[in-house]
Design a protein around this ligand. Sequence first.
Ligand SMILES: Cc1ncc(COP(=O)(O)O)c(C=O)c1O
Length: 402
Amino acid sequence: MPSSAELIATEHRLGAHNYKPLDVVLTRGEGVYVWDDAGMRYLDCLSAYSAVNQGHCHPKILAAMVEQAGKLTLTSRAFRNDQLAPLYEELAALTGAHKILPMNSGAEAVETAIKAVRKWGYETRGIAENKAEIIVCEGNFHGRTLGIVSFSTDPEARAGFGPFLPGFRTVPFGDADAFEAAVNENTVGALIEPIQGEAGVIIPPAGYLRKIRDICTRQDITLILDEIQTGLGRTGRLLAEEHEDIEADVTLIGKALSGGFYPVSAVLSNSEVLGVLKPGQHGSTFGGNPLACAVARAALKVLTEENMIENSAEMGTYFLDGLRDIRSNIVKEVRGRGLMLAIELTPEAGGARQYCYALKDLGLLAKDTHVDTLRLAPPLIISRQQVDWALERIAAVLGSGR
Ligand SMILES: Cc1ncc(COP(=O)(O)O)c(C=O)c1O
């Protein structure tokens, strides 16, 4: 068995350096914990960017996966399978969606929505050919495909990858007036994260999404909410849109849709948008495969049956209050909703990454984002005692920093 140093050296030598992971080599996970190759246990406060909301290796999702893997894994959509229709039904019952399109990664769900909304605009709104526009927000993160990075405002995500896809108009996040001013006769859709996750857990002003909803309804614009990170309980509700009591026309989910076992994403449509796609116009070999569907069905079941969403709301408030009580002269702001939390450090702190390493040494894994922000997103099954344990370590690390 190679040492962790050897494994890291091999990654450096043979792997593309498109990530800069913390140097911890994990070998096992259970619930809120993961273990490294030396047997050290860590409280996972990232949850694979919110894909492991249900906790690592949830036994019921595991059982569903193993059972299905022994029966039938992939048929492609050339044929039907017995897991897709039940997933549709369960997703529709849970979210109120009228039409569903299953994909694999989050980015694919975003691409799917963009294609469908453009087509809907041409067919239903009579937009002139190739003129459709989608409004997006500054600071957005919707994935890494070329189409998606075309409307990223992060220079690192874009530099060197042009030429880019046209048809997007960027407005400041959280500013409904700027959004309305950007609408024109070619605007077919708005693509928005209810809370910007990768940007550092940026929560828009109260009422923002409601105003956007109203504008979209008035102007016949399809509102697409990217809930790939905020959805499935992360913010203390099934979908973050519920905090403003609104319904998107199209909702994108992924990540925790499989509890971290498998890439599964879906486009949920409340309007007729997905109805414009006809055979041959969109698809994926693996999208909607029986293994993915069985895993997703189990992942959704445990999320609701085991009250993980309620726990996210309760523990999120408790965690946030605890973080706000930490006395530290390097904390600029603490923010969060449910168990989607962030600590923004002052520029004097010298970047969040060193604090991630200090926390790692104390048995807590968290990730820096945008230099100064430390993101905390534990599995939704975290207990009060585990939050207390985390708070003690965070206080120890941030209290000592200056
Ligand atoms: C809001 C949001 N949308 C889309 C994505 C892309 O998902 P994936 O990495 O599965 O392609 C992410 C991933 O972090 C995300 O946070």
